[in-house]
Ligand binder design. Structure first.
Ligand SMILES: NC(=O)c1ccc[n+]([C@@H]2O[C@H](COP(=O)([O-])OP(=O)(O)OC[C@H]3O[C@@H](n4cnc5c(N)ncnc54)[C@H](OP(=O)(O)O)[C@@H]3O)[C@@H](O)[C@H]2O)c1
Length: 330
């Protein structure tokens, strides 16, 4: 049997364009002992893919080799198995790539309970949820009553980080690029305030929204909100640097803030990436799953249709066109 896959054949210069990809037909492989075949039904599109397409070998994960199937995480079902841990019919999440089928050996594969919809699994239990959990609950050490500012707050990671903040008793402020997203944050998600990071009066609006200063800044974007947040940090504040999407398409990164405020305010700034914590993912996923099942976390999926829609669809992330977790239904 044959299936469709998309290979990376060129590097972005610097933008992602359709000629970077080649659509191919591949044969489903015969399984060796211990292997299994997964039919992917939902494929995640993530800002990090821009970095994975580049030639940068100094980052936290090697680039996708030219000619290889583009890397991505996804959700699917085991359709053939010679692995007793994952019998046919098991619903799984893992790194399946831009392809309709994926071959696995059971490593770095997480089974998903039957009651959890595929979209919920990708929106909450997979990368967005564990990233938000690790950044906020582990690294930022939140204490009830503190103020949390999240950039990219209406996105898949930011929306969960903010909701976790509310659950543990923080005052939560988010920044987002559209009125619709900001209304969603303060309306449905219960954020205390939402800011437009493009506003000319961002500094003043942040001061009004965070009258007691900011204790935790969860950084997803960089850009103007970064400077405003940095200036408003309280003594012993924590900045967790999760992502810098405003820089991903820039040939040269924007200059960072001066370090003086780190001394004045005795700040802690921590960068992190989830691939350093793969072994902890199932435990984090279980914890966040408890909040999901208890109805304490809301999510929304922005679903594209058909594998090839990934090629143009990935741009939504960089233009702010996605309303929720961007994914492709295959
Ligand atoms: N460290 C890790 O392990 C890890 C894991 C997952 C994700 N991340 C990072 O977390 C961040 C969010 O990822 P996500 O998957 O949750 O994506 P997302 O927030 O669901 O989607 C990306 C959003 O970024 C915003 N954006 C795009 N360009 C921007 C700009 N120039 N300035 C400000 N905002 C901009 C847009 O929202 P607006 O409409 O609000 O502009 C867009 O919808 C990314 O930086 C990503 O790389 C890191």
């Amino acid at each position: 049997m044959q299936y469709t896959a998309i290979r990376l054949v060129k590097r972005p210069e610097p933008l992602i364009t359709p000629d970077l990809f080649e659509i191919v037909k591949l044969d489903t492989p015969a399984l060796a002992e211990g292997q299994l075949l997964i039919r992917q039904t939902h494929m995640s599109l993530d800002p990090a893919m821009k970095g994975w397409m580049s030639a940068d070998r100094g980052s936290y994960i090697p680039p996708v080799e030219l000619g290889a199937v583009m890397r991505s995480s996804g959700f699917g079902e085991v359709v053939e198995s010679r692995n007793a841990r994952f019998p046919v019919g098991t619903r799984v999440m893992g790194m399946f790539g831009w392809a309709e089928f994926a071959l696995g050996d059971g490593t770095r594969l997480n089974a998903v309970s039957p009651g959890i919809p595929a979209e919920a699994a990708l929106c909450v239990l997979a990368l967005p949820g564990v990233t938000a959990w690790h950044g906020l609950m582990v690294l930022a050490e939140p204490k009830a009553g503190e103020t949390l500012l999240v950039s990219g707050a209406a996105g898949s990671v930011g929306s969960i980080a903010g909701q976790l903040g509310k659950i543990v008793g923080l005052r939560v402020i988010g920044s987002a690029g559209s009125r619709e997203k900001r209304d969603w944050l303060t309306g449905e998600l219960g954020f205390d305030a939402a800011l437009d990071y493009r506003s000319d009066t961002l500094k003043e609006e942040l001061a009004a929204a965070a009258p007691d200063g900011v204790d935790i800044y969860f950084e997803n974007t960089g850009g103007p909100i970064q400077f405003a947040a940095y200036q408003r940090m309280n003594a012993h504040g924590r900045i967790v640097v999760c992502g810098m999407i405003s820089d991903y398409n820039n040939p040269a990164p924007a200059p960072g803030p001066n370090w003086l405020n780190i001394i004045r305010k005795r700040l802690t700034i921590r960068g992190f990436t989830i691939p350093d914590h793969w072994d902890e993912v199932p435990a984090m996923s279980r914890k966040i799953g408890e909040y999901l099942l208890a109805g304490k976390l809301r999510y929304r999926a922005h679903v594209l249709h058909g594998l090839e829609s990934a090629i143009d669809g990935i741009h939504l992330l960089f233009a702010g066109g996605n309303q929720g977790k961007l994914m492709v239904e295959l």
